[in-house]
Design a protein around this ligand. Structure first.
Ligand code: SF4
Length: 533
């Protein structure tokens, strides 16, 4: 039997979501922030002789001839991609092609994708061979499920970076570990990947970076781990090797990642990350309210001054962007003021403020189900910014939405945002690294800066003064932080417009909230989804 032709299609995210960063991508000449790392890892797991073509719908069109070329179509992704994934299944099946579905959302909610020809669920390394054998044996329908948390990531292959067009992206991703030791009630990561982090070896990780380096890639590499410091022991073995690898090549990469707040408690780890050239960290702060953090099992954020912790990370040369959530059961009426104060005190410019969302297959969803408070999740609304609160709230829904609106307005008002950026510009202690000059990179950076200057000057008169003041202030006080500060300013092109749109959508939602409290009327609740149980 000839080797099959596989079309991998990465479904579209809603372009109107927090993470799309659309205006920032436009200003810097990219199509979308990041490539589909899971899909190119899957591609590396398939037999070498299989022909693979990748279409990322966030960066390019899917043409009918692409589908006609293929013997099978592989697709799937996260919850915000669900709508497009379902359309893709229909579109490809209508052209007579079997569709193979996998990824986090199909694993959490397989019933939604029941009409796909193949469901390949769980971590691909643990199950893909079973699918390949079935395909080779002539099977054209089936469901395969990896045993949970059993995949040995030290056996994961180098992702097929050769399938990517780097020009489409703001950065590329790699992954060091899967899983997180914490137990946040709303989190689906620990349900998908477990609470015992599994890490790759130093040699394996450096081989991935070397592949990117040999392909000519330079610049921003994101460690997509949900909590890079989940296994600190393994990370502390890796970071010195990463620093040495970087130093030998003149620091070709600068890194970002996601980590829990206890990073701030470990000065040695911060130093190691600084030395390896990490420049940005996403941290889930969620709420400034201690009772809420305890109730949602996010105890690692309690017993600390959040502002002090964040400033320790700035002192290690990394800016922080953070997640906040409105809508917890234990939240008080003072939540908006508390959150605004916290964001001001920490000076975090980029805050992903969302509504609490009961994601499929989480402790939160199971609790709300048991309490008969769960409502359907509107996956086509993009992300938690609008699709959240899919449950009967304890506080009045209108109050929660109004508090959310208040926080957004205060935090994304231009002068408030740029004030925080200037504060970060003074606090960041970027390391002095012996960077090797790379003409291509320098040209790209200058080109990006010129594009940003033109964009702000020509298209955003309301931002001009803030932009130039912030640039001048950072150049004067802390020029080594300029590159980071420019990234934070370009991101505002998206966040400023997005938050305005969000506030206007919220106004409609607030106006539409009924006066009756739904939790007083359980008989009106719709039936629960089977996979929630
Ligand atoms: S720290 Fe982050 S990844 Fe870990 S359980 Fe909490 S929300 Fe999930």
């Amino acid at each position: 039997m000839p080797a099959p032709k596989v079309l991998m299609v990465f479904p579209r995210f809603n372009p109107n979501s927090f993470w799309s960063m659309q205006a920032a991508c436009d200003a810097w000449g990219a199509k979308c922030p990041a490539p589909p790392l899971g899909m190119i890892t899957l591609a590396a797991l398939l037999p070498r002789e299989w022909n693979i073509k990748l279409v990322n719908r966030n960066a390019e069109d899917l043409k009918p001839e692409d589908i006609d070329w293929a013997d099978m179509v592989m697709t799937g992704g996260m919850l915000p991609q669900q709508k497009d994934t379902l359309l893709l299944i229909e579109r490809c099946q209508a052209r007579g092609k079997p569709v193979v579905i996998g990824g986090p959302d199909p694993t959490s909610s397989p019933d939604v994708y029941g009409h796909a020809d193949f469901l390949v669920l769980g971590e691909a390394e643990g199950i893909i061979q079973e699918f390949v054998d079935a395909w080779d044996a002539g099977e054209r329908r089936g469901r395969y499920e990896a045993e949970k948390f059993q995949v040995d990531v030290t056996k994961s292959p180098i992702p097929r970076f050769d399938l990517l067009n780097f020009k489409h992206y703001l950065h590329v991703g790699v992954q060091f570990s899967r899983g997180c030791p914490f137990n946040c009630e709303f989190c689906d990561i620990i349900e998908l990947y477990g609470r015992v982090p599994r890490s790759k070896t130093n040699a394996q990780m450096l081989a991935e970076l070397q592949t990117l380096y040999d392909m000519g890639y330079r610049g921003h590499v994101d460690f997509v781990d949900d909590n890079l410091i989940g296994n600190k022991k393994a990370l502390k073995i890796f970071l010195p090797a990463l620093r040495a690898w970087q130093a030998e090549r003149g620091y070709p990469f600068q890194f970002s990642t996601e980590a829990s707040m206890n990073l701030a408690d470990d000065a040695k780890l911060l130093d190691m990350m600084k030395a390896a050239n990490f420049f940005a960290i996403f941290v889930g702060i969620e709420s400034p309210d201690t009772d809420t953090l305890i109730a949602t099992q996010k105890k690692q954020n309690t017993r600390r001054s959040l502002a002090e912790s964040v400033h320790k990370i700035y002192a290690a040369g990394m800016f922080v962007f953070a997640g906040f959530i409105v809508g917890f059961d234990t939240e008080k009426d003072s939540v908006a003021a508390g959150m605004i104060d916290c964001i001001e005190a920490t000076s975090i410019p980029v805050c992903m403020i969302g509504l609490l969302t009961a994601l499929p297959n989480t402790q939160l969803t199971r609790r709300l189900h048991a309490e008969k408070r769960l409502l359907p999740l509107l996956s086509d609304h993009g992300d938690q910014c609008l699709a959240g609160l899919n449950f009967v709230t304890l506080r009045a829904r209108r109050d929660i939405l109004t508090d959310y609106r208040t926080v957004l307005l205060a935090v994304y008002e231009p002068s408030a945002y740029f004030l925080r950026v200037r504060a970060v510009g003074r606090a960041l202690r970027r390391p002095k690294l012996p960077l090797k000059f790379n003409a291509k990179m320098a040209l790209r950076d200058v080109n990006r800066l010129l594009r940003l200057m033109w964009h702000v000057t020509a298209r955003c008169p309301a931002l001009r003064r803030h932009f130039w003041e912030t640039l001048a202030s950072t150049a004067r006080h802390n020029p080594r932080a300029l590159k980071s500060i420019i990234s934070l300013m370009v991101v505002y092109l998206h966040l400023g417009a997005f938050s305005k749109q969000l506030v206007s959508d919220l106004d409609k939602q607030i106006a539409a909230v009924p006066d009756w409290q739904p939790h007083l009327m359980p008989a009106r609740l719709p039936p629960l989804h089977r996979s929630y149980s």
